[in-house]
Ligand binder design. Structure first.
Ligand SMILES: [Zn+2]
Length: 472
């Protein structure tokens, strides 16, 4: 790290643990901080927490509590002292308020910086996480410490569509990409559509941060094969912020310096044995703005046994995704993690990366793109796919473009600055309204329009057939 980088750094990591830094004292102080919020003042009333052994007797915190307490009830500091406000939408669409402090975001940035050695080389990060996702600011802090360049180009901003994002990697030689795990797959398809070689397009990339969704091994392998970069799993949520970062040995280490984890049975909420699946439940150890005590993240997680070869002693875990999103069919159960893991392994054998899975009445239907849909069927591979997922699966082989219309990645509108004036004397656009000046939709030739229409007709027929079958 350069001197400038050191000069930018902040207080030592344990600055809030003044005095006693034993695990018991750290937890006691954390729970005491949480009681400063109106919610925990009431929720923890009558409960003592002097040591770690007391934790299991404290009441749990559910997502519904956060929803009911929004916007201010979880705050342990005045709202204007919080560094950031974010929101995530609950299942009912009501927003859950989440607040973050600068000091805790700094700690998280430090963790990402320390655990990703690639950031110590000259780095330009193309960050596709939107600014409304707090993880963006964890990257901002990690880059600030690493004295690296940040291209804050969230995937929800209309002025940075996929082709422009791909252009950033090529033109600016971005060495790092942070995004949902699906985005590198989409960028790959776009590059191939443009007739580019993946080796050339992704040559500058050294590391891909994948977060915001599950990252099963087959998907990780696919991204690593396409980009020739190391994939780092970033695990977290808006409410808890950073929860884990994967190491150079590919295992996800939980941030036990930030939060104390428990893995609880999804039905009884009692602890499960190491290696068993359960709901990750966390208690903030350092969060000062919106501390959480025994908060059920809703994620199905399994702690892995044994130390990691990387030498980091923090526990490692496998994150299978939201327990609420599990798929149950005829008494059998699987997680989206299993579907994606088996799906990417299956399509890899077909030389494809593109599939879409429908969860239907009697099983899953996997729509898989193939260059030769007529002859692609492989019954043995399909049986393997079904065995790996654990519920009935039927596979349909579709022509390229029917699952992912790559040209749609170019079809978004161009966005301009809002204005009230259009100078018709200049060459170029002659806008006649504010919206026309703001948005410019692409024009298509007849062949493109016909192709889109034909694809639309095939999709409608397929949908009608599936609906008919499920009605029987
Ligand atoms: Zn490790």
């Amino acid at each position: 790290m350069s001197e400038a980088g050191q000069a930018q750094n902040d207080a030592p990591p344990d600055s809030i643990h003044r005095g006693d830094t034993s695990p018991d004292a750290v937890l006691r102080d954390a729970v005491a901080r949480a009681r400063r919020s109106p919610f925990y003042e009431a929720h923890l009333a009558g409960h003592r927490c002097e040591r770690i052994a007391d934790l299991a007797a404290l009441p749990l915190t559910f997502k519904q509590h956060l929803l009911d307490a929004s916007p201010y009830g979880m705050l342990a500091v005045p709202a204007t002292s919080a560094w950031h406000y974010h929101e995530s939408s609950g299942t009912t669409g009501q927003p859950i308020s989440t607040w973050a402090g600068l000091e805790e975001i700094r700690r998280m940035g430090r963790i990402v910086h320390e655990r990703v050695p690639e950031l110590d080389e000259a780095t330009t990060l193309l960050n596709r996480f939107p600014l409304f996702a707090p993880v963006s600011f964890v990257f901002e802090e990690a880059l600030r410490r690493a004295v690296a360049c940040h291209i804050a180009a969230g995937n929800l901003s209309w002025d940075v569509p996929f082709d422009r994002a791909l252009g950033f990697i090529e033109r600016l030689s971005a060495t790092a990409l942070s995004s949902l795990p699906l985005e590198p797959i989409l960028l790959r398809e776009l590059a191939l559509l443009q007739g580019k070689r993946l080796r050339d397009v992704f040559a500058p990339l050294r590391v891909v941060f994948a977060g915001g969704a599950v990252l099963p091994p087959a998907l990780r392998r696919a991204i690593e094969a396409d980009t020739d970069a190391r994939v780092v799993e970033i695990y977290g949520s808006n409410e808890t912020l950073l929860l884990g970062v994967s190491c150079t040995h590919g295992r996800l280490h939980l941030c036990t310096d930030l939060l104390r984890p428990e893995i609880l049975d999804p039905k009884t909420y009692t602890p499960v044995a190491v290696g068993e699946h359960g709901i990750l439940t966390v208690t903030s150890l350092v969060h000062e703005t919106m501390p959480l005590v025994r908060y059920l993240t809703g994620d199905l997680v399994r702690l892995l046994d044994g130390p990691c070869a990387c030498g980091d002693s923090r526990p490692t875990a496998e994150v299978l995704g939201r327990y609420d999103e599990r798929i149950e069919i005829d008494g059998r159960q699987c997680m989206p993690f299993d579907v994606l893991d088996a799906g990417y392994a299956f399509t890899n054998k077909l030389g494809s990366r593109i599939f879409f899975t429908l969860v239907r009445k009697r099983g899953l239907t996997m729509l898989v793109e193939s260059e030769r849909p007529g002859t692609a069927r492989d019954l043995r591979a399909e049986r393997e796919l079904q065995d790996r997922i654990g519920v009935p699966v039927t596979v349909e082989y579709l022509r390229t473009g029917d699952v992912l219309d790559r040209t749609a990645m170019f079809r978004g509108p161009k966005i301009y600055k809002p204005t009230e004036i259009s100078d018709w004397r200049r060459p170029g656009r002659k806008s006649i309204s504010i919206m026309e000046a703001l948005l410019e939709w692409p024009h298509f030739d007849v062949r493109t329009v016909l192709r889109i229409a034909a694809r639309e007709i095939r999709s409608r027929r397929r949908r009608r057939r599936f609906v008919r079958e499920d009605a029987r």
